[in-house]
Design a binder for this molecule. Structure first.
Ligand code: DAH
Length: 351
């Protein structure tokens, strides 16, 4: 075997031994690189005569072409192998079973809110929604709870660090009661013509469910919780109507005809008289205990005036209840925080 053939041979075996593109390029350098064996042979031709250059040059060129052909073949082989292993790694097994998507369901508190809305709608109540970031006036002052009044400490309120150009202070509403005044304003505006003409304003009959916030956190209190406000205002709505409506609601909600209710005297700035409403089951695990479910009362004349109405003419009742607590009682849940942890194992039980 002549010298050139043996160079080509060793190039072929060096390329075959290279397992990565980088190894292959290193191997290539030994033959056709700047100081490679072929390159050196070409440099050595300078000393030859013209005729010798022709034959020697042609022979070296042939060897060089053979080396380059081997190099390209190996490059291609390595690239193919690389692609193949990539395809292997990313391959899809189309015989695997599909991923199951479980049916979703409503949150237990949402189920309660739907239920509350349905029951009150059947008694002719509208459902209204309002802002969770509320002005100081709506949350407190309009509800007969002026600045510096001790009753403000009944709710440990989150104050919001924004203050309008008008100097209004805002809070995360600590209750849904501001919706009484907001809704009344909209209602009064809607019937302004009738009122101006001395006509009778249609009654206000509304519930306002929604999120509320207080600085409070334990097994039965969450910084975010739910309330549902109720308001029925007209020319002749009395405490008797409150008793009938709320009793009817509770018995329907808990599907219990013998559920007992107790209206316990209490204080709220926005009602006079005021009452806490307790319920008592006659059977089941909670039977016999009085359980508080709402605050209520006859709407205070100052609040009626702040609604833009004449308290000598319009009278009615309001209540505020806790849908979270109703949910706990209905399903026998003893820790409120379970509702807001987002643990699917707990939530899926209500689906
Ligand atoms: N807003 C009261 C609270 O959060 C609950 C309440 C009491 C609402 C009496 C009312 C009411 O509408 O008349 O504690």
């Amino acid at each position: 075997m002549n010298e050139l053939d043996s160079i080509v041979d060793s190039a072929r075996s060096a390329f075959a031994a290279a397992l990565t593109p980088a190894e292959l390029e290193n191997a290539k350098a030994q033959f056709t690189g700047k100081t490679g064996r072929i390159t050196e042979l070409m440099k050595g031709m300078a000393a030859l005569s013209v005729d010798e250059k022709k034959t020697r040059g042609a022979a070296i060129n042939l060897a060089k072409q053979a080396i380059e052909a081997a190099l390209n073949a190996r490059r291609q082989a390595l690239a193919d192998a690389e692609l193949e292993s990539q395809l292997q790694a990313e391959s899809l097994d189309v015989t695997l079973p599909g991923r199951m998507r479980e049916p979703g369901g409503l949150h237990p508190v949402s189920l309660t809110l739907e239920r509350i809305e349905l029951i009150f709608a059947s008694m002719g109540f509208e459902v209204a929604d309002g802002p969770e970031i509320e002005s100081d006036w709506h949350s407190f002052t309009s509800l007969n709870n002026p600045p510096n009044h001790p009753a403000r400490s009944m709710q440990d309120t989150f104050y919001v660090d924004i203050q309008g150009d008008d100097g209004i202070a805002y809070n995360l509403r600590p209750h849904t009661s501001p919706m009484q005044v907001r809704y009344a304003h909209v209602h009064v505006k809607k019937h302004a013509e009738t009122l101006k003409a001395g006509g009778a304003m249609p009654e206000i009959r509304v519930i306002c469910p929604g999120r509320t916030y207080r600085v409070d956190s334990d097994a039965t209190h969450s910084p975010m919780f739910h309330q549902c406000e109720g308001l029925w205002l007209g020319e002749n709505i009395s405490f008797k109507d409150l008793k009938v409506v709320f009793t009817d609601f509770c018995r329907t909600f808990f599907e219990s005809d013998d559920l007992a209710l107790r209206f316990r005297p209490s204080f709220f700035p926005f009602t006079e008289p005021s009452a806490e409403i307790d319920i008592q089951f006659q059977s089941g695990p909670l039977a016999g205990r009085w359980l508080e479910v709402a605050g209520s009362g006859q709407v205070h004349p100052t609040v009626v005036r702040n609604m833009g109405l004449d308290p000598e003419k319009y009278i009615g009742f309001a209540f505020g209840m806790g849908p979270d607590r109703l949910t706990m009682l209905r399903y026998g849940v003893n820790d409120l925080r379970l509702f807001f942890d987002g643990d699917i194992r707990f939530l899926r039980q209500f689906r």
